[in-house]
Design a protein around this ligand. Sequence first.
Ligand SMILES: O=C(O)CCC(=O)C(=O)O
Length: 330
Amino acid sequence: MKGSESMTRNLTRPAPRITGLPTRASEAGPGDLAGYGGLPLVIEGVADKWEAVGKWTAEHLVQRCGDEEVSAFVTDKSLQGTVLQQINQKVTTSFGSVVKHIFGVEREDPDRSYYLRVEPGSSVYEDLSADFEIPDTGFEYNPAWTGIWMGQTGNATPFHNDQWHGLLFQVSGHKRYLMVHPFDAPTLQRDWPAEARYDLSRADIVPEDAPVLGELEQVYQGVLGPGEVLYVPPFWMHQVVTLDDGNISMPIRFNTSQSPDVSLFQLSQRSELRNLTNQPVRDVEEIVGFLRRNRANFEGLEKEFVEALVRVRGLDVTPEQLLASVAERG
Ligand SMILES: O=C(O)CCC(=O)C(=O)O
């Protein structure tokens, strides 16, 4: 190997596989997802027992809940099929027509793609919940942290991180995952604009052979198939691309005891700031409230974050004014 070649490392590999969810430390205590070293895993032998796997075909879903009303995110080629909830348009229509579109059975507009997130509490979710089981990991679980996500080829969730233990249950179809250790986030995001770094605008989809991946210490890449579960540890950067039509998965999240107050973790997902970055909030009073309550987490990032927020949301206030209000009330 020549000098320059030997300098190039590529440590990209699929996440290790285990069978069964990590066991609970004791009946009273939480499970030991963190005990796996906080590393990504593909878990077998759990989702494949769900009735949903194999049963949720387009025909079955349309017949079962087709007339219910749902709101789906809309995306297209100009957005690289990307879904970032605070920037995508939504369309309200029948579950049946979204399912037919997503499975490629019938499409009114072939250039449009849908990404449907069926929310807990909705009639479709409640009906379909007979076919899956939320696992008991011992960690705090909130139904609002889950959903049934249905998408089509090319849909993509750009790189971001979450503050919880994430379990992505794949019901049908395949998804390519790319996961990067939180400490590698500054390298991954080196050339990104501040807006994308803070999840205020979409990040470009990183190709599976992007040179930057070779510069990272810990990167996992692979394909998740039906009946498999991907464990996404807290704060790991992850990008997920849908590889086929009629793709269904369920992210099920559990609270973490890990501290979000670590300076290298991405600011936008810390505690309550998630409600600001993930929703199109434009009310300045509300924004000041979010920022004030999270001041302790800002450290040196406050100015850059607020400047990006003002630009992306088109706020009728300058970054300096916003920062002054936060400081005044803080
Ligand atoms: O499946 C996707 O599109 C995104 C999944 C994800 O980001 C998650 O489970 O946290």
